[in-house]
Design a binder for this molecule. Sequence first.
Ligand code: NDP
Length: 397
Amino acid sequence: MARVLIIGAGGVGGVVAHKCAQVPEVFGHITLASRTLARCEAIRDQIARPIEVAQVDADQPGPVAGLIRKVKADLVIHVALPYQDLAIMDACLDAGVHYLDTANYEPPHEARFSYEHQWPYHERFAKAGLTGILGSGFDPGVTNVFCAYAQKHYFDEIHTVDILDANAGDHGHPFATNFNPEINIREVTAKGRYWEDGAWRETDPLSVKATFDFPEIGPKDMYLLYHEELESLVRHIRGLRRIRFWMTFSQNYLTHLKVLENVGMTRIDPVRFEGRDIVPLQFLKALLPDPASLGPRTRGKTNIGCIFRGTKDGQERSVYIYNVCDHEACYREVRSQAISYTTGVPAMIGGLLIADGTYREPGVWNLEQLDPDPFMDRLNRHGLPWVVTEDIPALPD
Ligand code: NDP
């Protein structure tokens, strides 16, 4: 049985703690640590099984390595913020434990996320005999596993991939983000980017729009975005000619975002205000609803999946793999809305597959580099069942 240290007690951290607690045969001991102890205690009090809590500043490797040793963890599931990725990876190397996260490193003062900071850890993890799994949420995460599964079972060559992320949830607030507002707004206001014929093509933020008829949700407007799994998938999918990522937004969300952007509230550079420096986006985060508080208010469903086109045995083929998740059902199970749930469940599954020895290849990996079958099996067993269909609604060319 493994001892797991979960770092980060936000919306996702709460789900990971609940879901690890549901698998006592693998996670024999659980510690939940975060910057604010009270948030860990609030989650601990929701869970019937005893779990340990701790305060830690994960911006520094030293205290994290100290905590890993103190609680004798075998594995860290990092669901704090992307800014802490490198410090926690360093701490895992120092203390000699496995590592998993859900979002790639992003320098705090530059809205540009990339695996270029974390892939260079591969040699050090390999040499230490440790496994690091990058991006084990839903997207990235399950979308990478869907790609590996399609490649393994349905295609000789995948020519195009479209990743479609729809949230038809309604939380009743005029404006709120479903996960950390700072990370979410930095992602959405960045330029769009997709990959075609061996080159990246850039688009203005939210300038490419299409409508798609999502199963169990209905037609929604979606926008082309750059998303982090594209960076690894272009390296690992055979025969790929184009890959794009789409996310749905309501007109109301976009109008609010535009106004906030126009008045400078989404800026990430410090602004002098009444004798001190403040970062407008961090101040905005303090004003917006905490994503962890949206659970009891959110109704509706998410649908996230991938559409593949390619060839099998010389024949053209199209396949759509997706999951539908219901916000209210998630809240009933783990007191969280579906965005935190769809991120936290795959984080637990990735951790479980390290802990039980299924994923133990030394080095640092993106999920499409690992065997998708055990992950797909666990998705069905732990609350995120998936559908494979060749009956696919129309998608723009
Ligand atoms: P939240 O903001 O709700 O939670 C983040 C938690 O991390 C908070 O408890 C916060 O502490 C803690 N934290 C922040 N800085 C530190 C630090 N220096 N040391 C220790 N703890 C710290 O975010 P979410 O739960 O919504 O998201 C968690 C992660 O999941 C993010 O990295 C996000 O990008 C990722 N994500 C991935 C997705 C995917 O599909 N792959 C989808 C959605 C999210 P405090 O309470 O004190 O603020």
